[in-house]
Write a protein that binds this ligand. Structure first.
Ligand code: ACO
Length: 435
């Protein structure tokens, strides 16, 4: 376990039925100590119980660190606000993948490698056409990314470091093309090919918004805001979709299948689907006078409704990404001259009323990154159905970095959680006529 120490002088003691067990304690480079229970079942014959993995470290990782109480997010040690202000998405991709900030020459080489892989195999265009016109772009992304294994056979061998590298670059390069094609398909416009003289974010915007019949000029401020959205979503340690990628990969599945699994998990409204759900909620609220009604519903134990874009499993004081995203939202809305429309008015007032409400303060619920990203994306002209695909394309580098790290970890095992069985004990089969 690189970067962590095992303190032989300290052990955790566990007593079960009069027997005592000593469990090793590992100290990470940052964050709370970790009690190692790997031998617990063999020694004591018991499992631990932790639905939702709220207290369980599933792996060791040197990529991303979060201190949820302090509102800290570090990629390879660098704070997210510094990266969002001073760096850009492809540089952050390099950092996540290879562990250090690139030199000028390394960055140029990396950018060139990504840029040369932006086009999709031409035959994949026919694959897109098999989807219903009204398919959700996330459904298309799950299918198309999974299908890459059928188009790029030469990068599916996970035991070959060169193939792993090619698969990684291909997915980072092609994900914007896939997301943009899913969008174009859903609105009945022709696919737009990537343009390799544009930077990563500008290229995505032109693939989404240009049409063959008109000139399209990417606004650099919008490109910068887009790049920042990519950067802020690039990785987030062992969240649900990343853990899904790691679990899928632990069986030796091919890289495209693993990332498709991550996209499927991200789609859920409690995770990446929250930015779409948040905008839809703001529209459903509609006008400022209805906010108290929705806040009351969010507080009502008997109502499953939650304020979308509020709360986080790990951040319990503020989400550092939300702070940068809020600044970006102001910049973009200013640039586009967006007046306070109803959605925006509702968003601002909802944030204010919820933050003033003791229920939300007590439970440490505040706006997360998704609360603001939806507002920016809508102002840029994206429909809500594209919000989660944009999150997926941004997170691809995080999934891939974690996937590569896991594959080179000698302690890697197939993921196989245990369970607390609550079903019937063994009983004999009863013939149908006797039931
Ligand atoms: N609105 C109202 N109440 C909430 C909300 C919310 N958005 N979030 C949590 N709570 C309440 C719960 O009802 C619970 O109350 P209780 O203690 O009285 O039972 C308490 O706060 C703790 O909630 P949990 O669900 O246990 O917290 P958890 O850490 O498991 O959930 C989650 C985190 C899933 C993000 C949750 O806050 C939520 O559903 N938020 C809305 C969806 C959302 O915005 N997701 C985006 C996450 S960020 C991302 O993926 C990039």
């Amino acid at each position: 376990m690189d970067g962590s120490r095992t303190d032989d002088t300290r052990k955790a003691h566990l007593e079960i039925g009069g027997e005592s067990y000593d469990l090793p304690i590992h100290s990470p480079s940052e964050g709370p100590d970790v009690v190692d229970i790997r031998k617990l079942y063999a020694q004591a014959g018991v499992f631990t119980y932790d639905p939702g993995f709220t207290s369980t470290a599933s792996c060791d990782s040197a990529i991303t660190y979060i201190d949820g109480d302090a509102g800290v997010l570090l990629h390879r040690g660098y704070p997210i606000d510094q990266l969002a202000q001073k760096s850009h998405y492809l540089e952050v991709c390099y950092l996540l993948l290879y562990g250090e900030l690139p030199t000028g020459a390394q960055l140029e080489d990396f950018t060139q490698r990504v840029t040369m892989h932006t086009m999709l195999h031409e035959q994949m265009h026919y694959f897109f056409r098999g989807f219903r016109r009204d398919a959700h772009p996330m459904a298309i992304m799950v299918g198309v990314v999974g299908a890459m294994a059928a188009f790029y056979h030469d990068s599916t061998d996970i035991n070959d470091p060169w193939q792993r590298e090619v698969a990684s670059i291909r997915m980072i390069a092609k994900m914007p093309t896939i997301a943009a094609m899913a969008y174009k398909y859903s609105i009945g416009q022709p696919f737009v090919y990537p343009q390799n003289d544009l930077d990563y974010a500008s290229n995505f915007l032109q693939m989404c918004f240009s049409v063959p019949s008109a000139q399209y000029q990417v606004d650099p401020i919008l490109a910068r805001a887009m790049d920042r959205i990519f950067t802020l979503h690039a990785d987030h340690e062992q969240n649900a979709s990343t853990s899904t990628v790691r679990l899928a990969s632990s069986s030796g599945a091919n890289p495209f299948a693993c990332i498709a699994a991550g996209i499927a998990c991200l789609w859920g409204p409690a995770h990446g689907g929250a930015n779409q759900a948040c905008l839809e909620m703001l529209r459903e609220i509609g006008t400022v006078d209805r906010i108290p009604e929705f806040i009351a519903r969010a507080k009502d134990k008997n109502d499953p409704f939650r304020l979308m874009g509020f709360g986080h499993r790990v951040y319990k004081n503020f989400d550092p990404r939300a702070t940068v995203m809020k600044e970006s939202a102001d910049e973009v809305l200013d640039l586009l001259g967006v007046e306070d429309n109803d959605t925006l008015k509702v968003a601002k007032e909802l944030e204010k009323q919820a933050l003033d409400d003791p229920y939300f303060a007590e439970k440490k619920l505040f706006p997360n990154v998704d609360f603001y990203s939806g507002i920016i994306l809508e102002a840029m002209g994206f429909p809500t159905s594209m919000f989660t695909p944009i999150f997926a394309l941004s997170r691809t580098v995080g999934w891939i970095s974690q996937w590569k790290e896991q594959l080179s970890d000698p302690a890697m095992k197939i993921g196989r959680p245990r369970q607390l069985y609550t079903g019937p004990s063994q009983r004999d089969y009863v013939d149908v006529e006797n039931r």
